[in-house]
Design a protein around this ligand. Structure first.
Ligand SMILES: [Zn+2]
Ligand SMILES: [Zn+2]
Length: 305
C-alpha cells in the first residue's frame, strides 16, 4: 500500500476527503495535483478511451482527477454532434471511480454548454437530476446556437458576411457568460472565460480589461457572489494568452476578493493531462492564491498549492 493509499479509503464523503487531504499534506509536505477539466472518447471530440485517460492521470500523480464530458444540447439539437451515451458513460465512470478508490479521487463530472434557450436549460436540469454528476462545469461555447469554434459568431448574419467589430463580438460573448452564471441548473465551475479569443479572426485577439472592464467586472463579481469556482484552463490552442482566463482577469478576480479557482487542462488525449500544471500553479501563487477549490457533490474541498 502506498503512502497516498493509506489516506483514501473507498470513495469517501467530500468532508472526509478534505480531512484526509489535509492530513496527507501535513504528513508528507506534498501538494496535491488536480485536473478537473478533461474529456475522453465519450465526448464527441475526445480522442482517448476513458480508462486510458484515468490511467495517465494516475501515473502523473493526480490526487483529484475530474472527467467532464461535453454536453451541448443546442449543438446536439442542430445535429452538430451526437448526444453522449450518458448511461454508458456514468456506468463506466462510476466503476472506474470504485477501482481507483484508495489511489486517486476520480470525480465524475460533465461540461454543460450554456444556451439562453429556456427549453435547453430545462434539459440540463433533467440531465442533472437523472445522473447526479459529482460536479458540473458551465461553459459558453456558442452564441445563439452557433459555435465559436466555427467562427460564425464573429460574422454578421446578413449581407456580405462581414466581420463584426471585435468590441461587438466580445461584448456579446461576455453578455452570454454573464447570463450563464444565472443558469437554473446546478453548476460548480465557470469554464474557460475568454473562450471568444481562441478562434477570433482579429489581428489583435486579446480581451483586455481596458476594453471590457465593466463586462468582466460584472462577471467576476457575480461569480464571487454566487460562490462559484473560476476555472484556470491551460488549453490555449494558439490563443493570445497561455491560459484562459488571462493573467489580467485572474488578478482582477483576486483583487475583487475571488479565491475559488480550479485547474483544468481541457485534455482530449493522454499527453495533455495535467498540461502546464507547474506554470499554472506558479502563476496563481504569484497573484496570491493559496489553494485550489475542488467541488464534489455540492461541497468545496480546498487543496493547498
Ligand atoms: Zn469547453
Ligand atoms: Zn472542455
Amino acid at each position: 500500500m502506498t503512502e497516498k493509499e493509506k489516506f483514501f479509503g473507498r470513495f469517501p464523503s467530500p468532508r472526509l476527503l478534505f480531512l484526509r487531504s489535509v492530513c496527507y499534506n501535513i504528513r508528507t509536505m506534498k501538494k496535491f495535483l488536480t485536473d478537473l477539466h478533461t474529456h475522453s472518447r465519450f465526448s464527441f471530440d475526445g480522442e482517448t478511451e476513458l480508462d486510458k485517460m484515468c490511467a495517465a492521470a494516475y501515473q502523473k500523480g493526480a490526487a483529484f482527477y475530474g472527467v467532464s464530458e461535453h454536453l451541448d444540447y443546442d449543438l446536439i439539437e442542430r445535429g452538430a454532434y451526437e448526444m453522449i451515451n450518458a448511461d454508458e458513460y456514468f456506468h463506466a465512470a462510476r466503476h472506474l471511480q470504485e477501482d481507483y478508490a484508495g489511489a486517486m479521487n476520480l470525480l465524475i463530472g460533465v461540461e454543460f454548454g450554456f444556451s439562453d434557450e429556456p427549453s435547453i436549460a430545462e434539459k440540463y436540469c433533467g440531465f442533472y437530476e437523472k445522473y447526479r454528476p459529482d460536479y458540473v462545469i458551465n461553459s459558453v461555447h456558442t452564441l445563439k446556437g452557433e459555435d465559436y469554434y466555427n467562427q460564425t459568431p464573429y460574422f454578421k448574419k446578413s449581407g456580405d458576411r462581414g466581420e463584426k467589430s471585435k468590441a461587438q463580438a466580445y461584448r456579446e460573448y461576455f453578455e452570454s457568460v454573464r447570463a450563464s452564471l444565472d443558469a437554473p441548473y446546478p453548476y460548480d465551475i465557470v469554464g474557460h472565460i475568454g473562450y471568444c479569443t481562441r478562434y477570433a479572426p482579429y489581428e489583435d485577439r486579446a480581451a483586455t480589461l481596458a476594453e471590457f472592464q465593466s463586462e468582466i467586472d460584472g462577471i467576476l463579481k457575480r461569480i464571487i457572489e454566487l460562490e462559484k469556482i473560476l476555472e484556470l484552463n491551460s488549453s490555449n490552442k494558439g490563443g493570445v494568452s497561455p491560459f484562459l482566463p488571462s493573467r489580467e482577469i485572474l488578478e482582477r478576480y483576486f483583487a475583487l476578493g475571488g479565491r475559488k479557482v480550479s485547474f483544468g487542462s481541457d485534455a482530449h488525449y493522454v499527453s495533455r493531462v495535467m498540461d502546464k500544471w507547474e506554470e499554472a500553479i506558479a502563476l496563481l501563487k504569484e497573484i496570491g492564491f493559496t489553494y485550489l477549490t475542488v467541488p464534489c457533490r455540492g461541497e468545496h474541498i480546498e487543496v493547498e498549492i
